[in-house]
Design a protein around this ligand. Structure first.
Ligand code: CAA
Length: 401
């Protein structure tokens, strides 16, 4: 039975910081960020947006009445969770009118957890093929202001519907895994910004992809050379070339030249959005599927998921005939092209403003559909935005103050 990705929908906030503006403030050559790191823009959430509102925005277009009636489980993957106890998915249950017969859970293992969620979802659907599982991956990548990691921040979410007879990507059951206990990136409970040992994190990523690939090759008969594309977790797009080098060093003969030649297709969206932790690999997959000029129907692609700390998984899937008709490309293009440009001061004010924990009513800042209205006695309340505007109706403009 084929099981895999039946629908994919992305959201990223309607504001961004151009990395040349950050370079000017940091007194750094802009080419370091634009070429050396490979990032052009960084999405910036409004103060009334969080992982719940971003995931709701991503999921809303695919949660139709038919989907609602078959939805058994909502798996929320994040490392920027809003509560230590309650699953982030439950906060959006009413926003999306998800039936009470669905179960909700939240998963955590840094940027990897959406992949764990997808593996679990596939097994649930293999047990009961008529049911659907919604995997939501949503994150805000936030580091210390002024540090070397600030240029790799970002925000976004993706909604992934797992079903039998999937319309986009049928996932192969055999995968390759590598885990180790390493302090390359972490965020203790009391901190809002992540701590990172940058160079160690790159080493850990490279070690993990090489070993996950070895595990995949050991368990699978599918030759790596037959894969049409590779997609990677992208903390920043330059990481893709480091990942390819690590793959080629470990498997110099077996790597697919076609996949190497087309790696750029998967980088477009990440370069415009920045790191989205759990969502990053799947935004890269979306970028590849929506930006390639070739029909990939019937082709097998390889995906590498990495979560610091660390767990990595290499897995594959076959692109399904007619997949392009099920991808909302125009909406995704509008999301990226109609954002407001923030100057550095405004970005810093929005991105580093203190978290709303005490009693706070939040002003309407986002133009998206859903918003965090306020926090009262530690209870978060979400609602529909009275001043929402669809991305297609917005114009790109500079926003100061
Ligand atoms: N023109 C062009 N390129 C330039 C340049 C210039 N003027 N100046 C520097 N560069 C190049 C450098 O040569 C370097 O390229 P290589 O990596 O190919 O050698 C690149 O720009 C970056 O320069 P530095 O190594 O000097 O960068 P840095 O020390 O300031 O920090 C970083 C880079 C370690 C990635 C830092 O941004 C960071 O810590 N980021 C967060 C951690 C991270 O993303 N790690 C990735 C793996 S972990 C993971 O994947 C999980 C996750 O999501 C966090």
């Amino acid at each position: 039975m084929l099981v895999g990705i039946d629908a994919l929908s992305m959201y990223t906030p309607g504001q961004y910081l151009a990395l040349e503006d950050m370079a000017a403030v940091h007194n750094v050559d802009a080419a370091k960020y634009l070429v050396g790191i490979g990032q052009h823009k960084m999405s910036v959430p409004a103060s009334d947006e969080d992982v719940v509102t971003m995931a709701a925005e991503a999921a809303q277009p695919i949660v139709t009445d038919d989907i609602r009636s078959r939805l058994s489980t909502v798996i929320f993957a994040t490392e920027s969770s809003v509560d230590q106890s309650k699953s982030s998915g439950l906060f959006l249950k009413n926003l999306l009118d998800i039936p009470s017969t669905a179960r909700f859970i939240e998963m955590k293992q840094a940027c990897y957890s959406a992949t764990a969620g997808i593996q679990l979802a596939c097994d649930l659907v293999r047990q009961r093929p008529d049911e659907l599982v919604l995997v939501l991956a949503s994150d805000i990548a936030r580091y210390e202001q002024g540090g070397t990691a600030e240029c790799t921040q970002g925000a976004g979410a993706i909604a992934i519907l797992i079903a039998s007879k999937p319309r986009i990507l049928a996932l192969d059951p055999e995968t390759g895994v590598f885990s180790q206990d390493v302090m390359d990136f972490w965020r203790p409970n009391h901190r809002r910004t992540a701590l990172v040992d940058g160079k160690l994190s790159i080493d850990a990523y490279e070690t993990t992809i090489a070993n996950a690939l070895s595990d995949y090759v050991r368990k699978n008969s599918v030759p790596l050379s037959t894969l049409a594309r590779y997609c990677f977790h992208l903390p920043y797009t330059k990481m893709a070339s480091k990942a390819l080098n690590a793959m080629k060093n470990s498997f110099p003969e077996e790597c697919s030249q076609v996949a190497i030649d087309h790696v750029e297709e998967g980088l477009h969206y990440g370069r415009e959005i920045g790191n989205t932790y759990t969502a990053s690999l799947y935004i890269s997959l979306l970028s590849m599927l929506e930006r390639t000029t070739e029909d990939l129907s019937g082709k097998r692609i390889g995906l590498f998921s990495y979560g610091s700390g660390s767990v990595g998984e290499f897995f594959t899937g076959i692109v399904q005939p007619g997949y392009l008709g099920h991808l909302p490309r125009e909406r995704h293009f509008a999301l990226l092209s109609k954002r407001r440009r923030l100057d550095y001061t405004t970005y810093a004010k929005w991105f580093y403003s203190p978290e709303a924990n005490a009693d706070t009513a939040l002003p309407c800042m986002t133009r998206s559909q859903f918003r965090l209205e306020g926090v009262y006695g530690g209870r978060r309340t979400y609602g529909v935005n009275p001043i929402a505007q669809p991305a297609e109706a917005q114009e790109e403009r500079v926003c100061v103050g």
